[in-house]
Design a protein around this ligand. Structure first.
Ligand code: GLC
Length: 430
């Protein structure tokens, strides 16, 4: 990651020089022959897919796209982007941004209403459009949405006599223990019951908000600005998660992001995994050890009286207000986000479209039969407290993920953790 930061900085310095000269000659660039710099995914199948679309657009329009890679980790990505925004840099024209950053990004974003007709905007999930609209400005256009889901091994559930995936975390714990013990006894020494994201970053914020909400412990700061995290249900949720570490989950889970969890899972070394939809297409690849052996369902409830909770995630596209090629960048954004592109991406990468119409598309459903349940999951998905905290969201999330990570690692009690997060929350929404 450090080398990525360095190369980004190098790039930034190099581009700054050339853009300064270019901007003196041509303050705004409109037509063919323009290079659009897009900061987004560049590695793995997701990166390859973006590159393919960018190349198509470049060929069609006679422009060029330079992709500036971002780290896999959302929190590290924000740090990088903030360097550009703080410098009002014209070195990046368009960004792939997280659903929780709208309040942070708003001052640096072009109002995309300029580039989308009203009925085009209406075709997206209204909830995401609302989330992405800050003081009347459409900060970003929804690209793909995300919801936390439970992956489970159908073959192993059958082998150990289970007819259904777990309905509560307590059931998951029990099943994971039995399967883990059985698999380890039959020689798979590294087999794990449950893998998830415990890393001190936005990754564990998403996991932990699901645990807390599922036990009836709220969403840290409620939409009416009440800071609710210091409550017995939230404490119970964190204690429950802590009890998994070193039993059904590896001790190292406290350093796992999405990809670390997926690597264990996809190698066939876990019974259950919490992750985002992207892991489905990768897991079903013929080269994957778990292809044809797993399914996806809603995350468990916290006890019999709990609720199902899927954290709402997702990525969006914005055009920088510091860009010297805003119109061309917006044209690329429109191309990357078209219905065709979203459909292709759902089929190839199992990423959830932001156009509800695509959930009834037969090609999408043929490849991802479980998408038929996702409209309902998305409708009930739990938003992190980013609208209520706006530009300060990262402060509350950082306090939360650091404390939760300490609880999981055994360095802090759940009671102390929620008190600390409460303090930060109260300062922010005062
Ligand atoms: C996924 C989600 C994003 C979230 C991130 C955390 O990429 O789409 O919203 O912040 O995971 O790791």
């Amino acid at each position: 990651m450090r080398s990525q930061i360095h190369s980004l900085r190098r790039n930034a310095i190099r581009c700054f020089g050339s853009l300064l000269i270019a901007s003196l000659i041509t303050p705004t660039v409109f037509g063919a022959g323009t290079t659009v710099r897009f900061a987004g995914d560049s590695s793995g199948t997701g990166g390859a897919f973006i590159k393919k679309l960018c190349d198509q657009w470049a060929q069609k329009t006679g422009n060029k796209v330079e992709i500036i890679s971002r780290p896999q980790d959302a929190s590290a990505t924000l740090q990088q982007y903030q360097q550009y925004w703080a410098a009002k840099s014209a070195d990046v024209d368009a960004y792939q941004i997280d659903v929780i950053w709208q309040g942070i990004v708003a001052p640096h974003a072009v109002d995309l209403k300029k580039y989308y007709k009203d009925d085009e905007v209406k075709a997206y999930f209204p909830r995401i459009i609302e989330n992405n609209t800050v003081k009347g400005k459409l900060v970003s256009i929804p690209w793909f949405t995300d919801a936390g889901v439970l992956y489970y091994r159908t073959d192993l559930l059958e082998k150990y006599g289970y007819k259904e995936p777990p309905k509560t975390w307590e059931e998951l714990d029990e099943m994971a223990k039995k399967i883990q013990e059985g698999e380890r006894n039959s020689g798979k020494r590294d087999f794990q019951g449950f893998v998830f994201q415990g890393k001190a970053s936005e990754s564990v914020t998403c996991n932990a908000i699901e645990w807390v909400y599922s036990y009836g412990g709220g969403v840290i700061i409620e939409p009416d600005k009440k800071v609710t995290i210091n409550n017995p249900n939230a404490i119970k949720a964190l204690q429950t998660a802590k009890s998994w570490v070193g039993t059904i989950s590896p001790a190292g889970v406290v350093t796992y992001g999405e990809e670390e969890a997926r690597n264990v899972w996809q190698a066939g070394n876990a019974a259950f995994m919490r992750n985002w939809p992207y892991a489905y297409a990768l897991g079903q690849d013929p080269k994957s050890a778990v292809a044809g052996k797993f399914d996806v369902t809603v995350l468990p409830k916290g006890g019999d009286n709990g609720k199902n909770a899927a954290c709402l995630g997702g990525w969006n596209l914005m055009v920088s207000t510091y860009s010297k090629a805003q119109d061309v960048a917006a044209d690329l954004v429109r191309y990357l986000d078209s219905s065709d592109a979203q459909k292709q991406r759902a089929v190839e990468l199992s990423l959830l479209p932001t156009l509800p119409a695509l959930y009834a598309d037969s090609d999408v459903l043929a490849k991802n039969p479980w998408f038929k349940n996702m409209l309902e999951v998305l409708k009930n998905a739990i938003a992190r407290p980013s609208t209520v905290t706006g530009a300060d969201y990262n402060q509350i999330s950082t306090a939360f993920f650091q404390s939760v990570n300490k609880v999981l690692s055994g360095g802090q009690s759940a009671q102390d953790a929620v008190k600390e997060v409460e303090k930060v929350g109260k300062r922010l929404v005062r």
